[in-house]
Write a protein that binds this ligand. Sequence first.
Ligand code: FMN
Length: 206
Amino acid sequence: MIDQKSLSDILYFRHACKLFDKDKKISKDDLNFILEAARLSPSSFGMEHWRFIVIKNQELKETLKPVCWNQPQITTCDALVAVVAKHKAVSTPVYYEAMFARRELDDDAMQAYVQRYENYIKALPSIKAWSQMQCYLAASNIMNYAAMIGVDSCPLEGFERDDAEKILNIDSSKESLALFVALGYRVNHQTSKHRLPFDEVVEFRE
Ligand SMILES: Cc1cc2nc3c(=O)[nH]c(=O)nc-3n(C[C@H](O)[C@H](O)[C@H](O)COP(=O)(O)O)c2cc1C
């Protein structure tokens, strides 16, 4: 187990890094470790609503920058991870049945799972939004596990979705770009953390 102080230090180390050192590269091993944390993230019904496009190509980052509010993180980071939500797949029987089949359920349990899942997604106001929500869990793991190994990150929602999806050849009838997570190493010291007080956001009912 990792002691609380070390974990707390990691929480404070992680911040939305606004400018990365262009010359510092993340090792392949570290990048894979971070992406593995993404892959192992929890998801509703275990549907793994995501895939990750890891953009290392500088030209592609430069092309994306104007549709990402010209944010410098896009072109200064070493790896720009596009977290893509697979809203079409998760509503397609061949996909979700295969995902449930991995659990090696008997026929009755399998049928019950599928039925519950189908009822659940039928009642959702938006399967696309639901899939994107799961992507945020993976993004959270990306940022926290990056911080654990001293890698900085910035989550980015500041982009024109249609334009960015076109650049990345994402078929928007099947998938959508949930968010980006830029990864690299900071140039500047992080600013202080601004958070509401613990007692204001945490309510115990004992
Ligand atoms: C989903 C999401 C999207 C964000 N999008 C951007 C962004 O486009 N550009 C940016 O500079 N920061 C972005 N941020 C960073 C937040 O502004 C930042 O996390 C927040 O102010 C708290 O600061 P901290 O992360 O440094 O503790 C985003 C954060 C989240 C969680």
